[in-house]
Design a protein around this ligand. Structure first.
Ligand SMILES: C[S@@+](CC[C@H](N)C(=O)[O-])C[C@H]1O[C@@H](n2cnc3c(N)ncnc32)[C@H](O)[C@@H]1O
Length: 262
């Protein structure tokens, strides 16, 4: 009985889901060039004319977006709970000599001294955070006063979803919404959640992280559009709309540029 309780506790505290044999995060990106390029456009836009001494790619996986961050920092720490992702990352980023690889073992913890980071980037991680409050608290602690963060959230209130809720005479829940434990080939107990941007913004405020800019990303993620428009056209439209649609929280992915209060 005791053993069972502790097994359950251990299971729920796990964060190394991406070590699972059956999951290949690199393969997940095959056929998702539009989403990848859309995220690169958003990051470049938010990082434009900025340079940092020390940046962290938090939950950075194998470093898919690290090369973009590396154009804007002297040093990068790639942090992930998955040994497998970090091992792939060492090969993927082998040409860069200014990257440290750090395995994080505890939920909601940022492996950095308080007030030490100039920039923290967290993309496609909120999906795995049933309650991101403590993670945001840890991020705020690790940033220097005036330091910046780029945090992406999986948006439950995106336009198509809002229509779905309306059709069922419902409103988009303000609380995190579980979207299934089996997704993208991960077959274990990986949590998947979407979030409401307004709830997330309130959490940022509560931790002294002020929203400087916001972008709506992957706005054209739809099978029919992908089938009919060329990639160049899709990306040109994406670039045009990211800023304009952010006010409506339109896309499935919202990127926030945040600044920690001085
Ligand atoms: C979808 S991948 C995103 C990787 C990378 N940021 C990117 O955009 O390609 C999610 C990553 O978050 C990591 N992760 C999962 N749960 C986490 C947690 N609680 N804290 C930090 N990282 C976590 C996973 O190991 C995985 O590498």
């Amino acid at each position: 009985m005791v053993a069972q309780t502790s097994a359950v506790r251990n299971k729920s505290n796990r964060i190394d889901f991406y070590d699972h044999d059956k999951h290949s995060y690199e393969e997940f990106w095959v056929g998702r060039e539009y989403e990848h390029e859309s995220e690169v456009i958003a990051l470049n836009r938010l990082l434009k004319n900025r340079h940092y001494k020390l940046a962290m790619d938090y939950g950075g996986g194998y470093g898919r977006i690290s090369p973009v961050i590396l154009e804007h920092t002297d040093k990068l720490i790639l942090v992930d709970p998955s040994k497998k992702q970090l091992d792939i990352g060492r090969r993927f980023l082998q040409d860069y000599k200014n990257v440290d690889f750090v395995k994080v073992t505890e939920k909601d913890s940022v492996p950095a001294k308080d007030n030490s980071l100039d920039l923290l980037v967290m993309v496609r991680v909120s999906h795995h955070l049933p309650d991101p409050r403590l993670t945001f608290q840890a991020i705020a602690k690790a940033l220097k006063p005036g330091g910046e963060a780029i945090i992406e959230i999986a948006n439950e209130a995106h336009f198509v979803n809002r229509l779905r809720y309306m059709k069922n005479l419902k409103t988009v829940p303000k609380q995190p919404v579980p979207i299934g434990s089996v997704a993208n080939g991960i077959v274990d107990d990986t949590p998947f959640f979407n979030h409401h941007p307004k709830t997330i913004e309130a959490m940022f405020n509560a931790n002294g992280l002020n929203v400087e800019k916001k972008l709506s990303v992957s706005n054209l993620r739809h099978r029919a559009l992908k089938a009919h428009l060329s990639m160049d056209r899709m990306l040109a439209l994406e670039k045009y709309f990211q800023g304009k649609l952010s006010i409506l929280d339109f896309g499935p992915s919202i990127f926030f540029l945040l600044k920690k209060e001085e």
